[in-house]
Design a protein around this ligand. Structure first.
Ligand code: NAG
Ligand code: NAG
Ligand code: NAG
Length: 320
């Protein structure tokens, strides 16, 4: 679906050489739902700046990354409420454990094989993996460098890598880490049309992993269930490979940039749940309703337009 629409948009891009400006964002659902969800997404982007500034005026203690009273930690997630729904035929449902570890997902049971689910961070708890294996025919891959005796649930469909996930920059320094690209391209060799479902709970490393995604990143997920951490463990060494850029705390503005970055890639929030077992975390589900046209296509469109302009200028000079 994703790539069908995307390649349609690229064809459109090629056809509009002499006229209408081409779309640089593409709705992934060609339906009332798709139009409404992408509308919500652009309204959310357009209002984020003023909403966050207002929130900070009302909550000055959350401005940067100050320590706050324990019961106030979750408050910095407050500006990031769900603003799109799941598609009408894909119900939002809780999958996996009752407590910590359960995730809200859009239409897991609607995933059609061949399909892939990626589960990063396991703590050797496979409630989520079991639910995926029971409810879908998808393959599932688990990553966790902290687990020494992994329990593979179904050798035919479940793979385990003793690796943690971080940015491509970090991976060159840490052999126990793998980047998203390494996994989907290098290890799983997913077809370029596959948009896996990603579940990720990795103690702050969600920031370096997702911050380096661009429209050109292969196999961007169709949806992401992520536990977001605004404070890192004190014992984590502060270094270049530290998950939150050499800091121990993230503030509401950092979260604003993070969600704006994901909105730029086409993801809207469908679910938010403050984790009662973790004062510094909240669970979010992001669903992709829009794609930006990859930079390769954009660059070739720019050179095409430049050739047209130069031809026009030469013609004008000849007639002058
Ligand atoms: C868009 O946002 C409105 C509220 O502003 C909500 O009622 C509606 O369900 C949303 N639609 C989609 C498709 O996300
Ligand atoms: C996943 O799916 C493919 C078929 O689509 C299969 O060949 C492969 O061996 C499966 N299992 C794993 C663990 O990747
Ligand atoms: C937030 O995380 C910090 C660092 O790990 C920890 O010291 C603090 O107790 C946590 N706060 C809550 C409310 O869990």
């Amino acid at each position: 679906m994703l790539l069908v629409v995307l390649s349609g948009a690229l064809a459109l891009l090629a056809q509009t050489a002499n006229g209408a400006s081409p779309a640089t964002r593409v709705a992934l659902f060609d339906s009332v739902y798709g139009a409404e969800a992408t509308y919500n997404l652009s309204m959310w982007r357009a209002s984020l700046f003023s909403r966050l500034e207002q929130f900070i005026s009302d909550n000055p203690a959350l401005h940067l990354h100050h320590e706050v009273r324990a019961e106030e930690w979750h408050k910095r997630f407050e500006p990031f409420q769900p603003f799109i729904t799941c598609p009408p035929d894909q119900r939002l449902e809780r999958v996996g454990n009752e407590h910590d570890g359960g995730k809200w997902l859009c239409g897991l049971d609607k995933m059609k094989a061949p399909c892939n689910v990626i589960s990063v961070g396991s703590f050797n708890d496979y409630g989520f993996e079991q639910a995926v294996l029971q409810n879908t025919k998808c393959n599932i891959t688990t990553l966790d460098c902290t687990v020494s005796k992994p329990r593979v649930q179904d050798p035919a469909r479940h793979k385990f890598f003793k690796k943690c996930m971080s940015s491509e920059a970090t991976v060159t320094e840490r052999k126990d880490f793998m980047s998203y690209r390494d996994l989907v391209e290098g290890e799983l060799r997913l077809p370029s049309t596959d948009a896996p479902l990603l579940k990720i709970d990795i103690e702050g490393y969600e920031f370096p992993v997702m911050s380096e995604w661009t429209p050109d990143t292969p196999n961007l997920p169709s949806q992401i269930a992520v536990e977001i951490h605004v404070a890192s463990w004190k014992r984590q060494a502060l270094s270049k490979t530290h998950p939150i850029w050499n800091r121990h705390r993230l503030g509401v503005l950092d979260l604003g940039l993070f969600f704006a970055h994901l909105a730029e890639l086409g993801y809207g929030i469908v679910s938010k749940e403050d984790n009662e077992y973790c004062g510094n975390c909240s669970e979010f589900t992001l669903f992709r309703v829009e794609a930006a046209v990859p930079s390769r296509a954009t660059a070739s469109r720019i050179s095409q337009l430049r050739r047209h302009r130069n031809r026009r200028l030469r013609r004008a000079r000849r007639h002058a």
